[in-house]
Write a protein that binds this ligand. Structure first.
Ligand code: A2P
Length: 400
């Protein structure tokens, strides 16, 4: 009799084909064709490296099977197969006592898969539980555009927009730090619907306008970008197809005493805005500190530059850092972190600190180097600190 095994699969209805998982997989178990991204059951070693890097969570799918789905079968999936019945005798996982009637072996194997899932990136212990994948490419939800405002000065080359979407009473629960997908209209060269593009939500859970359950996005127009141009050109009243919500780890702790150290560039500020607004709205609570390092080329091209000025410094300590100011030395977020070594060290030393890094992938290396130096100044090794924070769900990175 076949021994049942857990198989790692990818949900083709949620996956946005960014291939980040394939690039991350250390053993080359993930591959794709024009249709799907698939996992080779003979090669996958369940290391879980691909789980935290997936922006949608489509990677985190598991089935207990007697015979794994082959690559050919997975390439043909339009949707994931349901978890089938597994004969109980065949399904008893290793180490399960005969007669242990309490244990559902399929559930046990799936739970084992999920024990590692999200492995390195955990949600903060006190975060609210997010809803994910309520809508997908086959079943999107329609939202109506309530507003589209330019966030950067007209003089700036960067056209970054604040887009407000209203779900017209349909459920679309989002927590700060989650993202959603937008499906551009039309079809690709092969006549297939465009895949959704992901955007971080920049409004707090109770809505861009408190109690209205609308959401805002922070979107930069990219030259030649199909979806970013579509979104940046949207007009009030336009209807948009939306998928998601996505994201189960880059979440804000509900613990009001948690301190947030936020490091971002450009549109990576979207979740930081959501966090800040959520705390601003928590009337009667004196929240733990928030410190933000935010990098852009110039003040003109820094999204939310004006509104940020109005946030009191006892709520949010801001370090706005500019790389292309005339007659000023180029400065990146990591340079300012080093200049503010003592303040950052104070955060690193506090077990209530949560770190969020969002924006350009390139900044990760420099930020890690800055943390290494700052950790040394307090007699700590950054790698140990970071891994401990990850383990606690206090270290979150979302870069692109
Ligand atoms: P620069 O482009 O001058 O090198 P935006 O999205 O508005 O362009 O903002 C991105 C900001 O991040 C810019 O100021 C950009 O500077 C900066 N940046 C570019 N590369 C890095 C890096 N490796 N580390 C930190 N910041 C970076």
């Amino acid at each position: 009799m076949n021994k049942p095994l857990k198989q790692h699969l990818i949900d083709p209805e949620i996956c946005i084909r960014c291939y980040t998982c394939e690039m991350t997989c250390p053993v080359g178990a993930i591959e794709h064709d024009d249709n799907n991204v698939v996992v080779n059951p003979d090669t996958c070693n369940f290391c879980m490296d691909c789980i935290p890097v997936c922006p949608t969570g489509s990677i985190d799918e598991w089935r207990v099977v007697n015979e794994p789905y082959s690559l050919e079968e997975q390439y043909e999936f339009d949707e994931l197969p349901e978890q089938g019945e597994i004969a109980q005798a065949a399904a008893a996982p290793e180490g399960t006592e005969d007669g242990d009637a309490e244990v559902d072996p399929v559930a046990a194997l799936l739970a084992e898969a999920h024990a590692g899932a999200g492995g390195k990136a955990k949600a903060p212990a006190s975060a609210a539980k997010p809803s994910v994948n309520l809508y997908n490419l086959g079943h999107p939800v329609e939202a109506v555009v309530q507003g589209n405002y330019r966030l950067t000065a007209e003089s700036s080359d960067a056209d970054v927009r604040h887009i407000i979407l209203d779900f017209q009473g349909k459920p679309f629960p989002v927590l700060e730090g989650q993202s959603l997908g937008i499906i551009a209209p039309g079809a690709d060269a092969e006549g297939k619907a465009h895949l959704p593009r992901l955007y971080s939500v920049s409004s707090p859970r109770d809505g861009e306008r408190a109690g209205y359950h609308n959401v805002s996005l922070t979107v930069k127009r990219e030259e030649g970008g199909l979806c970013s141009n579509y979104v940046c050109d949207l007009k009030k009243g336009d209807k948009v197809r939306v998928t998601g919500p996505f994201g189960a780890t880059f979440l804000m702790p509900s613990d009001p005493d948690a301190r947030l150290l936020m490091i971002c560039t450009g549109t990576g500020s979207a979740p930081m805005r959501a966090f800040t607004m959520a705390r601003q709205r928590s009337v009667g609570v004196k929240p733990g500190g928030m410190m933000m390092f935010f990098g852009a080329r110039t003040p003109d091209s820094l999204p939310y530059f004006g509104p940020l000025k109005k946030i009191p410094s006892d709520l949010l300590e801001q370090h706005l850092v500019f790389s292309r100011m005339p007659e000023q030395q180029k400065e990146y977020v990591q340079d300012r972190m080093l200049a503010e070594e003592d303040r950052v060290a104070e955060y690193l030393n506090d077990p209530k600190t949560h770190i969020y890094i969002c924006g350009l992938k390139g900044m990760e290396e420099g930020v890690e180097r800055a943390f290494t130096t700052i950790a040394e100044s307090i007699g700590e090794q950054w790698i140990n600190l970071r891994d401990g924070m990850r383990e606690d769900g206090r270290y979150h990175v979302e870069t692109y």
